[in-house]
Ligand binder design. Structure first.
Ligand code: CA
Length: 527
């Protein structure tokens, strides 16, 4: 179940029917001295479990109960890993809440095993296909979108006006095009464009324009005096003069003329995109991003292991799977570097962790700043516990490559794309890296969505899936209640990915048109 090459997990929770009210806990690993409470509203003091364990106090859903006495200074184990050091004695049957434990230190980056336990390739999985839009460069999209790039925030309002008219006046004539969207952002001017880290936002914008869901039809709206000149967003080989509308150009007489220029260029591109048709493509052409947001203690028990199982199926098909979120990988890095396909891949993983450690330190923070109040309310004491649950998304295959933030993906297989854990920043960077679909797991719940690629939302708990039945696409909570296994949920998710990639099934975010803003990662100074 877990990313670690550890013994098979044990799940000795008392048997309970799907809707049973019997007290139920889940312990993930035979060395764990805590288990988490499954029951929807927690369990009261005095609750007796079949094995004789008695709760000494109320324990909320998703929170940990001590299975054994832990002395002060003793370790709290979950996932077979140390997730906390006891700050005071913790008695068997009591609630292991945040104030009981100290966060362990992060694994040292200079003492990690590199490619020492590379998983053998999983058996290939042939014959799975999806209906996608094949591009001239060989990539395959899951949507057919006209995306209009921008070189600076100054033009965002103008582009918005133009897009409203394109939707109203042009799109009805091009029925095979799914949407027209602006790739707007806060970058482009007022920034230290030559600062070393400026490479990240600039590369992100360059890569974004080439996402396979946009059909290779790049068009840029710029102002004319900004630091990020529009031409830098036009891919090599394309003619810049045919791909850029510059609002300050002297040929523009007033606002109406700018809008006319944008509409004329958009119309040419819509005509090209409208000629595209879905065709049957092997599942190996998929590029799927994995992310979590609003995590809880079930994330690492239900949804993320199901994502990991589906990730393995995709890798077996020859597809590309990206996992990300540096601060949620950092404390589990000792489980990942041994899985790197080569020592070079392990070095790249370590390089990205070290870069982020330094980035956080420069800002006077460290990875302990990550867990949110909601994460803690959901039972996660600290970043170590959150990270161990987060990396379950990566499944069990070898890590084939590492991408720096905003780099386009080059190889197939399981790839670590370094991004912040912030949902919208990670989403934007994964889109830049070339994902054509994202799977997003959530425990607390977030109405997250991306206009640029379909997002499948997977809930960690059945209670959330029921309450948000028109936002959550898949209920992985059934794993905790015993109604489904990780493998069954993983297969269900895999088939849902193929359906959504084919346009046969619309996830809730697309049905509502529920989309977050693009949010660039800019670690460089602004001026
Ligand atoms: Ca996230």
């Amino acid at each position: 179940m877990h990313a670690a090459s550890s013994p098979a997990p044990v799940r000795p929770g008392p048997a309970a029917g799907p809707a049973g009210d019997e007290p139920r806990t889940i312990r993930l690993h035979e060395t764990d001295n805590v288990a988490i409470v499954v029951n929807a509203f927690g369990l009261p003091a005095g609750t007796v479990f079949p094995d004789g364990l008695v709760l000494t106090e109320f324990v909320p859903q998703g929170h940990k109960v001590a299975l054994a006495d832990v002395p002060a200074g003793g370790v709290v184990r979950r996932y077979g890993e140390v997730v906390g050091i006891a700050l005071r004695p913790i008695a068997r049957g009591s609630w292991v809440e945040e104030s009981c434990v100290e966060t362990p230190t992060a694994p040292a980056l200079d003492a990690l095993e590199k490619a020492t336990r590379v998983p053998a390739p999983l058996p290939p999985l042939d014959g799975y296909t999806f209906e996608g839009f094949r591009n001239p460069d060989g990539s395959v999209g899951t949507k057919n979108i006209l995306a209009i790039s921008t070189s600076v925030q100054c033009v965002a309002g103008t582009l918005e006006v133009a897009i409203r008219r394109i939707r109203r006046e042009l799109l009805p004539r091009f029925p095979n095009v799914d949407d027209v969207i602006g790739l707007t952002h806060a970058y482009g001017c007022g920034v230290a464009i030559n600062a070393p880290e400026a490479v990240i936002p600039i590369r992100t914008l360059q890569s974004l324009a080439q996402n396979p869901n946009f059909g290779g039809e790049v068009m840029v709206v710029g102002l004319g005096c900004e630091k990020l000149v529009s031409e830098r967003l036009v891919p090599a080989g394309a003619a810049a003069e045919d791909s850029v509308v510059r609002l300050q150009d002297e040929r523009h007489e007033g606002f109406g003329s700018m809008i006319d220029s944008i509409l004329a260029m958009a119309e040419d591109r819509l005509a090209v995109l409208d000629a595209r048709r879905r065709e049957t493509c092997p599942a190996s052409e998929l590029v799927v991003g994995l992310q979590c947001g609003g995590s809880d203690a079930f994330s690492g028990v239900t949804a993320n292991p199901a994502l990991g199982f589906a990730a393995d199926l995709l890798v077996r098909c020859g597809a590309t799977v990206l996992f990300s979120e540096v601060t949620e990988v950092r404390d589990a890095i000792h489980l990942l570097t041994p899985r790197a396909a080569t020592p070079e891949v392990a070095d790249a993983l370590i390089r990205e962790m070290a870069w982020y450690d330094a980035y956080l330190e420069k800002g006077g923070a460290d990875r302990r700043a990550n867990p949110s109040p909601g994460n803690k309310k959901g039972g996660l004491n600290n970043i170590v516990e959150k990270a161990l649950g987060s990396v379950a998304k990566s499944g069990t295959s070898a890590i084939a490559g590492v991408l720096a933030p905003g780099e386009r993906v080059r190889e197939k297989g399981l790839i670590f794309a370094a991004t912040p854990a912030s949902d919208f920043v990670c989403g934007t960077l994964q889109l830049a890296s070339g994902i054509t679909l994202q799977v997003f797991s959530t425990g607390r719940g977030t109405p997250y969505g991306l206009a640029q690629a379909p997002v499948i939302k997977v809930a960690t708990r059945t209670e959330l899936s029921r309450r948000w039945s028109d936002l959550i696409d898949l209920d992985a909570g059934r794993i905790a209640t015993g109604e489904s296994t990780i493998a069954e949920m993983g297969w269900e998710l895999f088939h849902l990915i193929l359906d959504v990639a084919s346009g046969r099934t619309q996830p809730w975010s697309d049905r509502w048109g529920l989309y977050n803003d693009l949010t660039l990662f800019n670690p460089a100074p602004i001026t």
